[in-house]
Design a protein around this ligand. Structure first.
Ligand code: G3H
Ligand code: 13P
Ligand code: ZN
Length: 340
């Protein structure tokens, strides 16, 4: 099956009330972990690469790895998505390299450090929508700013500061009308990385009510939750037990994500949980078998550990069981849909 656009998958998810994990990758083992999890749970998947991932992996390697994933799993619909594109140029180069979906994150300036004006966000997002839709490629935009730091992208807002940059639902409504995007990333108090909340989040810091408000105004809009790792204690414990040093922190509880899915959340971004799972598995081998030096002996268990996290999320978000039922529309076939 060819790689499919995000829009097709999220439309199907909306019709059938499920969410889809959007899982970040940087190498072959992570792609394999996701595909094994998808095959075992019969799930359609979104595989995404950040700018940092594209630089680390190289677009040619990435494209061929993704095509291998599709070739080896003909029954699994796969979306290949650019995560946090910082400029139209980044999104256009992703499209040239086979991505079927791009995020133009115009919530921050091109350097990824300072919040953009609303007008600038609309300008860059719309520019990408016009270019991407002409090729049948889907577009995610973002309004409001997340906390935390990503390599090269992220204003570095603290938990408190992030609360000052939450998405304004009225502005979200305007943004969707002004840009014509396919999926809308919103800021509801989450942040990227391993330090999201100092205690188990309650409704005053994890603002699921903002999602409910946006969904009321935009019932047909596909909402995206970034910073959605749950930071499971058991994964943090493994890292610390085997020589790591992770300070206590809380993530986004899976049951809150499930609540979001009832209110229009269709794409759920998860990267840190995969990183925690792989790192714990590798640390454990290094400590328990200090004489081991064959990379397969630690990358294999790391891949298995990531697969288990992916499977758990696929089941919890409701995408499991749907792989065979998602329409196999290609980007080319979506061009006419977007013309309308
Ligand atoms: O958006 C955040 C993802 O975790 C990607 O992170 O920029 O370090 O690849 P990265
Ligand atoms: P986490 O850091 O919570 O995994 O978020 C990932 C993300 O939002 C990627 O865009
Ligand atoms: Zn993100």
């Amino acid at each position: 099956m060819p790689l499919i656009p995000l829009r097709t998958l999220l439309d199907h998810a909306a019709e059938n009330d499920y969410g889809v994990a959007a899982l970040n990758v940087n190498n072959m083992e992570q792609i394999q972990a996701i595909m094994e999890a998808a095959a075992e749970t019969d799930s359609p998947v979104i595989i995404q690469a950040s700018r940092g991932a594209r630089t680390y992996t190289n677009d040619n390697y990435l494209r061929h790895l993704m095509l291998a994933a599709a070739e080896l799993n003909p029954n699994i619909p796969i979306v290949m998505h650019q995560d946090h594109g910082n400029s139209p140029a980044t999104c256009l180069s992703a499209i040239e390299n086979g991505f079927t979906s791009v995020m133009m994150d115009g919530s921050l300036d091109e350097a990824g450090k300072t919040p953009n004006s609303y007008e600038q966000n609309v300008k860059v997002t719309k520019e990408v929508v016009v270019a991407a839709h002409a090729k049948g490629v889907s577009v995610e935009g973002e309004i409001g700013c997340l906390g935390g730091i990503e390599d090269g992208h992220g204003a570095g807002l603290s938990e408190d500061e992030a609360q000052e940059h939450l998405t304004d639902p009225a502005q979200a409504e305007q943004f969707v009308a002004d840009t014509g995007l396919d999926a809308l990333a919103v800021a509801i108090g989450t942040s990227h990385g391993a330090y999201k909340f100092a205690k188990k989040p309650t409704g005053d810091v994890l603002r699921m009510d903002v999602i409910e408000d946006i969904h009321k105004r935009l019932p047909n809009c596909h909402i995206v939750m970034h910073g959605s790792s749950s930071l499971p204690q058991e994964l943090r414990d493994i890292i610390n037990e085997f020589g790591g040093d992770l300070k206590p922190a809380y993530g986004v509880p899976v049951e809150e994500i499930q609540r979001g899915i009832k209110y229009g959340v269709r794409k759920v971004n998860v990267d840190t949980d995969s990183r925690l799972a792989m790192t714990g598995a590798i640390r454990k081998i290094f400590v328990q078998k200090p004489s081991e030096f064959d990379p397969r002996k630690y990358l294999g268990p790391a891949r298995d550990a990531m697969k288990e996290v992916c499977k758990a999320r696929m089941i919890a978000f409701g995408q499991a069981g749907w792989a065979g039922k998602v329409p196999t529309t290609t980007c080319k076939q979506l061009i006419d849909f977007y013309k309308k």
